[in-house]
Design a protein around this ligand. Structure first.
Ligand code: PLP
Ligand code: COI
Length: 363
């Protein structure tokens, strides 16, 4: 008798294990080799803001949306997005990592670009619903993949003058993903981009708005063009003296048992970085959040990029071609990076105790 055909399962855990195996067979997805990309899933969830209030949650199986041609998201970039992950865990349960933090950052972005704030409870309900409806796309435990949730909030109301819309659409779609950078937890080379800035010191860099990513496309494309680098590396826009961040990830350096990460008004406050600062402290490291001058790169024993998509991506070296310098951290992930990575993944996958109560567990 095959496992799928098995009728009697005695425990919840066994049920989930059977579901894991069913998922693997039914979808015919090569979970181990998933890229970080879009895959069509069954449903997305949507909620409209009209007449000054949020409506009911709607579900849709369409990949398309229909909006007014004068919608503010199209002309004036009034849009925000988020990124968070759900994991099938060792105990068969599903865990969503730091959902409240993503809701809070979205609310901060809403304040930043004049959109109505989405209540945390609505965000939570929609995350859980979209995961449950697409459960067959949740990668099985142990495959190194996860279900990426992409919440998106757009101004849909028509305006021609530059002002906020009076109608909005919030939606979440999901897609199963593998590692963002080549090889996953493997060191990659990065290159400093001096020609372009991603965001200004008092601009929108601290918000997760599409315009920041539009501003990064040219820098990213040029940095990766020769196939030599994984990602571009930004300096502060004002003085070009300090490290800002690495493409779609924050930067951290490690020396003398100290975790050091930039303080800057033009980088996204990364939830992964915030978590790593806490874990570093839990592990007995010192933590410093302060401006990091470029030359200080030469003093780090380890360096990494971190983010929801990137998790921890160790940095092999950072080249600064215009200055003719190169900062090397080695081809192998360093010992602290390894420990931090394992603890973070352990919590996300339900293998380590979630002492800070970061996960939302779906039974
Ligand atoms: N910085 C940028 C520009 C990003 O796009 C991301 C990704 O979300 C991060 C940093 C990492 O943030 P988080 O850890 O919240 O995903
Ligand atoms: C994430 O890590 O969730 C991001 O948003 C990165 C993404 C822009 C690819």
């Amino acid at each position: 008798m095959s496992i799928i055909g098995k009728k009697i399962v005695t425990s919840y855990f066994e049920t989930k294990q059977v579901n894991n195996i069913k998922t693997r067979i039914m979808n015919n997805i090569d979970w181990k080799n998933l890229p970080f990309g879009y895959m069509k899933t069954d449903y997305n969830v949507r909620c409209y803001y009209r007449d000054g209030k949020w409506g009911k949650i709607e579900t849709s199986s369409s990949e398309e949306i229909s909006i007014h041609m004068a919608a503010t998201c199209l002309h004036y970039g009034q849009e925000a997005f988020e990124g968070l992950k759900a994991f099938r865990c060792k105990d068969g349960k599903i865990r969503i990592f730091r959902l409240e933090e993503n809701a809070a950052r979205l609310q901060s972005t809403c304040r930043g670009i004049m959109m109505p704030e989405l209540p945390t409870e609505l965000f939570r309900e929609m995350c859980i619903q979209v995961i449950k409806m697409n459960e067959r796309f949740l990668p099985p435990y142990g495959e190194g993949a996860s279900l990426y949730l992409r919440p998106l909030l757009i101004g849909t109301g028509a305006q021609v003058g530059v002002k906020p819309a009076n109608e909005y659409l919030f939606m979440i779609f999901v897609t199963p993903v593998g590692p963002y950078f080549k090889g996953g937890f493997m060191a990659n080379p990065y290159v400093i981009t001096r020609k372009y800035d991603r965001s200004a010191p008092l601009g929108t860099g601290v918000y997760k708005v599409g315009g920041n990513y539009a501003a990064s496309l040219r820098a990213h494309t040029e940095a990766c063009a020769g196939g030599q680098y994984a990602c571009e590396f930004y300096l502060d826009a004002k003085e070009k003296k300090y490290i800002d961040e690495a493409g779609a990830a924050n930067f951290f350096g490690i020396k003398n048992d100290t975790y050091i990460t930039p303080e800057s008004t033009s980088i996204l406050p990364s939830i992964t970085n915030k978590s790593l600062m806490q874990l570093a402290q839990d592990m007995g490291m010192k933590v410093e959040r302060r401006p990091i001058a470029i030359e200080e790169l030469a003093t780090f024993e380890e360096a990494g990029a971190c983010g929801t998509a990137a998790v921890i991506s160790p940095i092999e070296r950072v080249d600064d071609p215009e200055m003719g310098t190169s900062y090397n951290f080695g081809k192998e992930p360093g010992p602290w990076s390894k420990k931090l990575y394992e603890r973070l993944r352990g919590i996300q996958l339900g293998e380590c105790e979630d002492v800070h109560n970061w996960n939302t567990v779906i039974d």
